[in-house]
Design a protein around this ligand. Sequence first.
Ligand SMILES: Cc1ncc(COP(=O)(O)O)c(C=O)c1O
Length: 509
Amino acid sequence: MSYRQARWIEPTIFELSRPGAIGIDFPEIDEVLQRELKEALDEIPEGLKRRELFLPELSELEVVRHFTRLSQMNFSVSTGMYPLGSCTMKYNPVMNEELAYDEKILNVHPLQPLETIQGCLEIMWRLEQILKEITGMSRFSLQPAAGAHGEFLGCLIIRAYHRDRGLHNKNIMIIPDSAHGTNPASATMAGYQVKVVKSDKDGCVDINELEEIVDEKVAGIMLTNPNTLGVFEKNIDKIVEIIHGVDGLLYYDGANLNALLGKVRPGDMGFDIVHLNLHKTFSTPHGGGGPGSGPVGVVDKLVDYLPSPLVNYDESKGVFYLDYERPKAVGKIKMFYGNFSVLVKAYAYLLRMGGEGLKKVAEASVLASNYLLYKVKKLKGVTLPYAPESPRKHEFVVSLSKLYRETGVTAKDVAKRLLDYGFHAPTIYFPLIVEEAFMVEPTESESKRELDNFYNVLSRIIEEAYSDPEKVKSAPHNTAVGRINEVKASHPKTMTPSWRVYIKRGNKP
Ligand SMILES: Cc1ncc(COP(=O)(O)O)c(C=O)c1O
């Protein structure tokens, strides 16, 4: 279904405009203010003055209703379960949002003198100490604004380390075929040639193939553990031995650390670099297009290459300061210190959870995932590729290829139909090594009742696929907008109907 065929499109606020309607009355401007305004206006060069301003005219109630209706067209974790594997919304306490928007935090400027931002520096320093403890790394840079940004920084650090040691021939990054797409993209951007290593029948890195492709030119490997199939790399010791054996480094994609929190540390597994997604695992919602944070942690031998500044604490003076005296640093990756509000939320979350709370996060996320998997894999048309009898960690990937062959209903159709029942669609068609992939991450935050609801709805959709496939193929039916043309939706020249009306009225886009 195209955008135009959609059932209900909320007009834009410009289309709703009624000339003469008034939402809010401003007080009369007194003579003094009028004079001051005129003087100020006279100072603006003629050519820069705006000749007309098209502002929508509506009553207050119309404005409130318009924005409330728009907000209701949105799906959010506040309205329903969000089982989006690999990139989901985990536990995002509202309290942390409030803390991050406290005016003592909100109104601070990064260029203020250090003695006036000691509290902020302390938050960053303390957060770093906790992240070090959780991951087993020696130091962190809090600068990167996203997971992919952290990956890019990690690759730059690997490059700087090897160049510093005269190992200029190292130009290959090994990446498993189950990896998140950002891994090869980041490695390529950092100048590496990517070599893909296959997964074995258990969904882990194929050790024989790894041994075959690794040579002196390998700079490192980027691994997600548990990987995107939700499987823990059982041969991690062997992988570390192979990569370190050629002076390579191990990069840990820790975008989804919740399965391991308080249980295993990437540093203890033998990894040299880690990135975390604070905007997934540690409280900030992921995917809203808002600021994220992908801190990068490294072992001792790589600390010199972290970007500047690092936040340090001078114990003798009792002050926090910024260390810029780091000649080997790879340079800045983001303005100032990174997205500070996200750091505040992560710090608040970690303090509130404590060590024991974090272990419970790991246990609950793995339990929820396996509870659901146990039921889902028995559904008609569903199969579990790669070690079908083994449990998974925080997420699982089933294949709907059997369902597709038997009914013509695809993973995408099932995902769309879930929207009709009030669930966000899971991740589909990723990882690429699973046909008709359907990836679910229930998270640590959902109750058993909600998991059962999800299962019941999924099983009903699968029954529909066999009895009335067209119903599933044309879903969603109950959402504000039906199936959009996905090619057009991402084309810059494609305008929504409301934009066309706005332009027809003589306005410039
Ligand atoms: C495994 C994995 N790696 C990397 C990323 C990239 O993180 P970001 O979206 O913050 O760039 C994601 C996505 O969330 C992910 O799931």
